[in-house]
Design a protein around this ligand. Structure first.
Ligand code: NAD
Length: 369
């Protein structure tokens, strides 16, 4: 039996299409604040239990982002690596048809592992409505991920946290773990706003320049050679561990469990902004917090993506998306600081308290657009 509690899950819907063999599940965790919103994960290992846990995470994330969305998530039980593109499309379309009657009244889908804007387009067509999902191609009214909503929000969270710590932006030295969608936009915005980025990593290594890595140059290097380590500069050098690269701020933007009990003592930064999800366990986070590191939790810092989904859902365009990501991230991060000061809770506990209160009251307290 699933673990039902005071918040949900409200519905667990199993879907099956005998013709294509598509098997999936949609978990609608909590809809007190609005329709359940969360992505579709398609992997060989996804389980009903994993989808339930992710749906609960979305309940808190959407509430903390202050969106009129509840929490939900979906899973398609199939490993795309073992499928031909045609078979994957068949399963996606079967899932899209299964959403009829469920989405968008109870659930609004979106991309997650192994589902991208292409699959969202296929799902919208199969379900017969563009309203069933976000993350669609722009020709279908989607707001592309490539615009960098998440990195923009993470960069704003970083600026607010520097201000909270009383740190002058030009005195910060930021290390960014990961140079993909999130990491590159964090670099772009922080550079624009006068914050030096002293180290960046990707899956092939680390590049360091305490005078600040030039954004345009690094992007060109990454595009041309596929790795940040090919960057050259007067003061630039290669490193092998992003945690020990010279920096007083760390932005995580790649893998889960970057910081563990084994390497937590390498983290000497004053500030850690979690652009990636679950970059450390709650125990590791607690250890860093106890040592005086300010941590901006993932579900607060990286909410730019869900805010962008909301703007797409209400038919908005990119300029409105950027305005809303900025205003909501600023409002919510400042609210988090106020709650931390008031309660002396850790950032994650304070954020969870805000999110839970919002879900309990079910009250919507912001403008819809
Ligand atoms: P991405 O695939 O675009 O980029 C990932 C980057 O991480 C790449 O540069 C890759 O080289 C690098 N990387 C992989 N393994 C690494 C390693 N061991 N060390 C250092 N770098 C490594 O992914 P993304 O969209 O930027 O997402 C990054 C993280 O942020 C993920 O955890 C994702 O779940 C989370 N996130 C993303 C969004 C979004 O809108 N993109 C929203 C919320 C959360």
């Amino acid at each position: 039996m699933p673990a039902f509690d005071a918040f949900g899950p409200e519905k667990i819907i199993r879907v099956y299409d005998p013709k294509s063999g598509m098997k999936g599940v949609i978990v609608i965790d909590n809809t007190r604040r609005g329709v359940g919103k969360g992505g579709i994960r398609m992997t060989g290992s996804v389980s009903e239990n994993e989808v339930m846990r992710l749906a609960r995470t979305m309940t808190w994330k959407n509430a903390m982002a202050d969106l009129p969305f509840g929490g939900a998530k979906a899973g398609i039980f199939a490993d795309p690596k073992t499928l031909t593109p045609q078979k994957k499309k068949q399963l996606i379309e079967a899932f899209g048809r299964a959403l009829k009657g469920i989405a968008p009244s109870l659930y609004v889908a979106g991309p997650d592992i192994n589902t991208t804007e292409k699959e969202m387009g296929q799902i919208a067509i199969a379900a017969g409505s563009r309203k069933v999902c976000t993350g669609k191609p722009s020709r279908m009214g989607g707001i592309p991920h490539e615009l960098g909503s998440t990195g923009f929000g993470v960069a704003h969270s970083t600026m607010l946290a520097l201000n909270y710590l009383g740190m002058n932006p030009s005195d910060a030295r930021v290390a960014i773990e990961g140079y993909g969608n999130v990491g590159t936009f964090v670099h772009q915005y922080l550079s624009q706003w006068g914050v030096p980025v002293s180290a960046v990593s990707d899956s092939s290594g680390v590049i360091i320049d305490t005078h600040g890595l030039d954004y345009e140059r690094l992007m060109n290097v990454k595009k041309e050679f596929g790795s940040v380590t090919r960057y050259r500069g007067k003061h630039a050098r290669k490193g092998n561990n992003i945690l020990t690269a010279p920096a007083n701020v760390l932005v995580t933007a790649a893998i889960p469990d970057l910081v563990t009990m084994q390497n937590v003592n390498q983290v000497k930064h004053k500030l850690v902004v979690q652009g990636s999800n679950i970059s450390m366990s709650p125990g590791v986070e607690h250890r860093l917090h106890a040592r005086g590191t300010l941590i901006i939790p993932d579900f607060v810092a990286n909410a730019g993506g869900v805010i962008s989904s909301y703007v797409e859902h209400i038919g908005g365009k990119p300029p409105q998306m950027f305005r809303m990501v900025e205003s909501k991230i600023k409002k919510n991060v400042n609210l988090l600081f106020k709650e931390m000061d008031r309660t002396h809770l850790s950032p994650r506990d304070a954020a969870m308290r805000i999110a839970m209160e919002r879900v309990k009251s079910g009250k919507w307290n912001g403008p819809r657009n």
